[in-house]
Design a protein around this ligand. Structure first.
Ligand code: ATP
Length: 509
């Protein structure tokens, strides 16, 4: 699937717009239009319903975005939440050093070969391992040139440019944009938190941050929630809300932006049960995406290697999706031990331990954190839904959303604007609207109206036609198969409900 096509469909149909576009936009910020806001809201609502309302061991929370800055000292974000940033002194390009990958082709005695500046190629890449096209060609040429027989055994090394900082080769690496050599600065740590000031005076004492994750609000309220008496370990606290990161290179549409929404769970348990709950959440969260339609070969669960783990984590897994721009993280599930609670205990001076009535034991709970991005989920479901096919010899673009996520659940049409059809269709529309988000359209040829709804991802269309006037039935039409069948108008609300809940579309004939 072509990412440009999806981006343009999203703009044209009102899913996603560049933020403040009439002023030229602002890099890393996006707005959700009339269809997009429904799609994302449906994803967040489904997440909330499945993880909180349908369970007995979860509660929700909605914390402020700006918190006491000590929260971010305790969490380690003030000291360590940074990316290595590299600038090109010539073209002023700015890159994340860990995302510029050097591809070294060299013989076993690699140093002289590299220094000759002919035997390395490199490309600016995302976290994904996709080599830029032009570089890929160079790469192949280079391989052919120094392959076996020319300079003896060769090896290929992929490594991020920041691992080369102290090597003499560093100054040979060209800027990924302007390709000039020796123009890249050394990487500098760049803190990703947006700063602001609280109150009238902008000084050190009034400094505050926009939260870079929702998780810390949960930890800071752990004691408050326990003291409400509603919860007993093991239990979880969930939060959905905006987070902000001053990403060095926002990219790939809404995949990496500077303002985004997270859906996070902190699940607190006895240390002896943490391994069990880690596995439970890792599998449960993976299954959630499968259930909602990402169950293709594009979805995968990747356990982190030991050297990838944060020092406090004993296990982390990423749920990854093969986006058109590469395989990338949708959600991370981390076993965080008691790191966060012990940090907040230390920095706040408050006792955050939990007394377990059944075990008669006091301890700091361990935490499993499934942390998902609402925008990345939205993008994955958009990519998965996007299809181009042919119906009756005509090509169409169709978004095959899971009915739960579809922004509009059904569209109601009068076949023609006469003979009382608009009146009947309007009545049906109003009946349906009390329960579902439905859409009314009487403009244009019926085929065109169907195709407009296909593009919006509407699972069903309901048409009032000539036969409705005689026998009171309407035509239902299924988005994915384009199959049509008749339903009594009086039973249309119930029929739509059953279809949205997964009842199969009647077979042809
Ligand atoms: P990445 O390595 O891609 O920057 P991360 O590992 O830093 O992501 P986490 O800190 O684990 O991400 O955040 C949890 C989730 O929040 C991610 O899985 C992702 O879905 C979402 N997320 C993080 N950063 C962004 C962003 N800049 N734009 C959109 N979503 C994001």
């Amino acid at each position: 699937m072509d990412m440009d096509k999806l981006v343009s469909l999203c703009k044209r149909r009102g899913f996603i717009f560049p933020s403040s576009e009439i002023y030229g936009g602002i890099n890393g910020f996006w707005d959700y239009g009339p269809l997009g806001v429904e799609l994302k809201r449906n994803i967040k609502d489904a997440w909330w319903r499945d993880n909180i309302h349908l369970r007995d061991d979860m509660v929700g929370l909605d914390c402020s975005i700006i918190m006491n800055p000590k929260v971010w000292e305790a969490s380690g974000h003030v000291g360590g939440f940074s990316d290595p940033m590299v600038d090109c002194k010539d073209c002023k390009g700015r890159f994340r050093a860990d995302q510029i990958t050097v591809i070294c082709l060299h013989s076993e005695e690699h140093a002289p070969a590299i220094r000759s500046a002919q035997h390395y190629w490199f490309s600016a890449m995302g976290s994904e391992l996709d080599v830029e096209e032009s570089n890929a060609k160079d790469f192949k040429k280079a391989l052919a040139k120094i392959g076996p027989g020319s300079e003896g055994p060769t090896r290929t090394i992929f490594s991020p440019i920041n691992q080369w900082v102290n090597q003499p080769e560093y100054k040979l690496f060209p800027c990924p944009t302007c390709k000039k050599q020796g123009t890249l600065t050394e990487p500098r740590a760049f803190n990703l938190m947006f700063q602001t000031n609280v109150g009238a005076v902008a000084d050190e004492a009034s400094k505050a941050y926009l939260r870079p994750e929702t998780a810390q609000g949960i930890f800071a309220n752990f004691k408050n929630v326990v003291d409400t008496g509603r919860v007993k370990i093991p239990f979880g606290i969930a939060q959905v809300g905006k987070s902000f990161r001053n990403e060095i290179t926002p990219r790939n549409f809404i995949f990496r932006s500077r303002e985004f929404e997270q859906m996070e769970i902190e699940f607190f348990c006895h240390p002896s049960e943490a391994a069990h709950w880690y596995k439970y959440w890792r599998d449960t969260r993976f299954q959630w995406y499968v259930t909602h339609g990402l169950g293709s070969e594009k979805l995968r669960l990747r356990d982190h290697d030991p050297d990838e783990l944060a020092f406090y984590s004993t296990a982390t897994a990423d749920i990854e999706y093969a986006f058109p721009f590469g395989v990338s993280e949708l959600e991370g599930i981390a076993h965080r031990g008691d790191y966060d609670l012990s940090q907040h205990q230390k920095f706040s001076g408050k006792d955050l331990s939990y007394f377990d009535e059944e075990r008669k034991e006091r301890f700091l709970p361990h935490v499993i954190e499934p942390s998902a991005g609402a925008d990345r989920a939205t993008l994955a479901f958009l990519c998965e839904a996007y299809n181009e096919d042919e119906v009756g010899g005509e090509s169409r673009t169709v978004l095959k959303f899971h009915p739960r996520f579809a922004p509009i659940k059904a569209a109601v049409f009068p076949l023609v604007k006469k003979d009382g059809m608009p009146e009947l269709a309007d009545k049906l529309y109003r009946d349906l609207k009390r329960q579902f988000n439905v859409f009314y359209d009487e403009k244009g040829a019926i085929g065109r109206r169907y195709r407009r709804q296909d593009e919006a991802g509407t699972p069903f269309c309901i048409t009032v036609d000539g036969q409705t006037l005689t026998d009171g039935t309407v035509t239902f039409r299924d988005r994915d198969s384009c199959r049509q069948w008749r339903v009594a108008s009086s039973g249309a609300v119930q029929a739509l409900r059953e279809l949205l809940e997964g009842q199969p579309v009647p077979s042809a004939g």
